[in-house]
Ligand binder design. Structure first.
Ligand code: ADP
Ligand code: ADP
Length: 226
């Protein structure tokens, strides 16, 4: 777990679009921060800069007190889940969940225990021997989340992870995500354009507009003072 700090962060794309403009934001240790706002307001760009997938044009980002501006994604202790679940199709759910730990040389018995724990938290125990093709969309996204959190990263980043799911599934996935966060307490940054999602998931919500921070507060206070 770690604090994430954005200090006057800018992103100017080649072509001159200023996608993020002087963003100052501290995401506290263990917090569930939602970045919300209309399409094009810079949410994804901000998240991708935290992940190291997009170069920072100005300012500073630190994770756990370490400035990460020049660190490659693999050298940042973060996990990310996107809208499109990129699971390994030829591997079972168990192998998908274990993959990151295996790469790190985690002992076999520890992998087994951690994979089981993650599968339990996400309701995937009965699917461990299935391949992704034999899972529903919601189950696949659960595997993607399990794979991200199983190695206990300092920060968990999600970009519209539920937007490919139908409305009913989104509601149950929101509940699962809240439970997951409650158990793990991992510092989380979650991007969505859906205000209901933002208000139900966030311990705090950051509203962006044209690359700038418009408001940041708890859902309750944002609801009281829109
Ligand atoms: P959001 O996630 O809120 O929809 P984005 O961060 O995707 O917003 O985009 C913010 C702005 O930056 C938009 O104007 C978008 O068109 C522009 N943008 C995003 N990615 C790129 C890119 N790779 N190159 C140029 N402009 C981009
Ligand atoms: P979102 O709004 O969910 O971020 P978009 O459909 O705007 O998604 O963007 C999808 C992809 O295209 C992203 O990788 C983004 O960086 C890129 N992109 C967005 N706008 C532009 C742009 N104006 N020029 C080049 N790439 C862009």
């Amino acid at each position: 777990m770690a604090e994430i700090k954005l200090d006057r962060v800018d992103k100017i794309y080649s072509g001159g679009v200023k996608a993020v403009d002087g963003l100052d934001l501290t995401i506290e240790d263990g917090e569930f921060m939602v970045l919300v706002g209309p399409s094009g307001c810079g949410k994804s760009t901000a998240l991708r800069m935290i992940a190291g997938l997009e170069e920072i044009s100005g300012g500073k980002i630190s994770i756990g007190g370490q400035v990460v501006n020049d660190l490659a994604p693999k050298d940042r202790d973060i996990a990310m889940v996107f809208q499109n679940y990129a699971l390994y199709p030829h591997m079972t759910v168990e192998q998908n969940l274990a993959f990151g730990l295996k790469l790190r040389g985690t002992p076999k018995s520890e992998i087994k225990q951690k994979v089981l724990e993650a599968a339990k938290m996400l309701g995937l125990e009965q699917f461990l021997s299935r391949k992704p093709a034999a899972l529903s969309g919601g189950q696949r996204q659960r595997v993607a989340m399990g794979r991200a959190i199983v190695r206990e990263p300092q920060a968990f980043l999600m970009d519209e992870p539920l937007s490919n799911l139908d409305a009913k599934l989104r509601v149950s996935m929101r509940a699962s995500l809240s439970q997951l966060h409650e158990r793990l307490g991992v510092t989380t940054v979650y991007v969505t354009h859906d205000q209901i999602e933002a208000m139900t998931l966030g311990s705090r919500v950051c509203v962006l507009r044209e690359g700038k921070l418009q408001q940041v507060d708890t859902p309750q206070r944002l609801f009281d003072n829109p």
